[in-house]
Design a protein around this ligand. Structure first.
Ligand SMILES: Cc1cc2nc3c(=O)[nH]c(=O)nc-3n(C[C@H](O)[C@H](O)[C@H](O)COP(=O)(O)OP(=O)(O)OC[C@H]3O[C@@H](n4cnc5c(N)ncnc54)[C@H](O)[C@@H]3O)c2cc1C
Length: 478
């Protein structure tokens, strides 16, 4: 019998091999205890890895009975310190990664029902084997799980056309804070039989329930996908280019990403083998456009080249390359997706995942850049993001000659306040897609209405009055 009664129960539920604790000094729990950005080192009472919904329910029930809180974890790629335990050594990490089966694929209904621990990329590949598209794509797709995507309502690079993860989910299976199972795995596109509970759990960051499975909406595979990289003289032109592309390319436009020159210079420096096209170095901004066409590649190419020609004539772009093979398109996307990693290589930084009305972005960027440069001479701005969705990753890197850790310690709070106050002034949100976690829980009340926060606290209290699930995350505990 294990000395801690809860751990003995967890072993009975999930099996000895799937309950990891610090009791065995040879067991290294750091992969579950530390967050992706290395901002937080937690300490867990145990990491438990159940293999079925019934086991998840039993784990949550046992933890609740022992007044022990549970932190659900998928791929642990979250960027707001939400998926790792605090450092009390009292929280149980519930890892969903063994729940990785596709339960059912229904090509005629354009859906598939999958378990929460499935890796996103494996689900994209599964859909493709059926000639279908799971239109959710983000740089962490090789490690993040669909449960984590749902819990954070992840965005990514195709939101412009297909929406956030919320828009791709028709049904959910959830284990409640009391250890009950809600089977809401429907493949229905219409169901107005009361409150739509799935939307409570999507984006709730593990604070209201543990997602164990989901029914996802698929789309037909396009006949052709084309990618282009365009050099843009300023942010106002990038926004006008978006308008032009939305008008002339209509719903074929599936991606519209912006990348500042400093962001690209970090990829150039840290991943030189990626061979950036020459145009990046001669322009302040690049835009990566993707179109997906139901007709043919030549149809898509004509459309894209015509739109880019019109943009060139209007002075919105100064140069462009259209990828002429899938490999070249993948290489362009790889550059975009390497920015967060290159930034991590460069050193600690202050990340802002903000959204604004697209129309407000040029003025926001101009004013906020100037304010920051004024307050912190030499500061380096790593600005890139999903411009088509009004979502910028407006990140702040310490001056090149500064001690990055000291800069973060001394300036992070003030930098955040400066940026977020401006975001609010321009009608934006301080978290577009990464969520709140514990990183932004204390900041949220300054920017969200008291009424909204009160409603959120009442929902939390109704579903999880004992604060079993991810306490203190998203909402500061009152
Ligand atoms: C390089 C990189 C690029 C990224 N790009 C994007 C991007 O473009 N768009 C974007 O939105 N995000 C992005 N992210 C953030 C992150 O990948 C996403 O938030 C992802 O959806 C998290 O999935 P995960 O499985 O890793 O979840 P985790 O990190 O394990 O967990 C995230 C949150 O969800 C909760 N959770 C996890 N699984 C469950 C579950 N089954 N039930 C209930 N709660 C659960 C956790 O408690 C935590 O609060 C990126 C991250 C990295 C590292």
């Amino acid at each position: 019998m294990h000395k801690h009664p809860l751990i003995a129960e967890l072993i009975t539920i999930a099996g000895q091999a799937h309950v990891l604790t610090h009791d065995d000094p040879a067991t290294d729990l750091s992969a579950w205890e530390n967050d992706w950005r290395k901002r937080h080192q937690g300490r867990a009472l145990a990491v438990v890895r159940p293999a079925s919904t019934a086991q998840v329910a039993a784990v949550v029930k046992a933890c609740a009975a022992h007044h022990t809180s549970v932190v659900a974890q998928g791929g642990n790629t979250g960027l707001v310190v939400g998926s790792v335990p605090d450092n009390t050594g009292q929280q149980v990490v519930l890892s969903l990664t063994r729940m990785n089966r596709v339960r059912f694929t229904d090509p005629a209904n354009l859906t598939m029902t999958v378990e929460a621990g499935c890796i996103l990329q494996s689900l994209q590949e599964h859909a493709a084997r059926h000639g279908l598209l799971l239109p959710l794509s983000l740089a962490a797709e090789g490690s993040c799980t669909i449960g984590g995507n749902l819990a954070t309502n992840a965005g990514g690079t195709q939101v412009l056309r297909y929406g956030n993860t919320r828009d791709l989910c028709l049904g959910l299976e959830v284990v409640t804070a009391q250890g009950e199972v809600w089977d809401g795995l429907t493949g229905l596109r219409k169901d107005n039989t009361g409150y739509d509970l799935r939307h409570l759990f999507i984006g709730s960051e593990g604070t209201l329930g543990v997602i164990t499975a989901a029914t996802l909406k698929l789309a037909p595979q396009p006949a052709a996908t084309l990618t282009a990289l365009a050099a843009v003289p300023d942010m106002a032109s990038a926004v006008q280019l978006l308008q032009l592309a939305q008008t002339q390319l209509a719903s074929t436009l599936t991606g519209f990403e912006v990348m500042g020159r400093f962001a690209l210079s970090l990829v150039h420096r840290h991943y030189a083998h990626l061979h950036l096209p020459d145009l990046w170095a001669t322009t302040p901004w690049c835009v990566l456009l993707e179109i997906s066409d139901a007709e043919s590649e030549s149809h898509a190419r004509t459309m894209l080249e015509t739109a880019l020609g019109n943009a060139l004539e209007a002075g919105l772009i100064t140069d462009a390359v259209v990828a002429d093979s899938l490999a070249q398109a993948a290489a362009l996307w790889h550059i975009r997706e390497s920015i967060p990693l290159a930034q991590a290589q460069e050193g600690l930084n202050v990340k802002h995942d903000i959204s604004l009305p697209v129309s407000a972005i040029p003025a926001f960027v101009q004013e906020t850049d100037a304010l920051l440069a004024d307050h912190y001479p030499g500061i380096r701005l790593v600005n890139f993001g999903h411009l088509g969705d009004g979502n910028l990753h407006y990140n702040v890197q310490a001056p090149a000659d500064a001690d990055a850790a000291a800069f973060l310690r001394d300036a992070e709070h003030a930098v955040n306040t400066l940026v977020f106050d401006n975001v609010q002034r321009f009608g934006g949100s301080i978290s577009a897609e990464h969520g709140v976690g514990s990183l932004k829980a204390a900041t949220l009340p300054r920017y969200k209405s008291a009424v909204a926060l009160d409603l959120m606290a009442r929902i939390k209290h109704a579903l999880d009055p004992a604060h079993t699930l991810n306490p203190g995350r998203m909402l500061v505990r009152r």
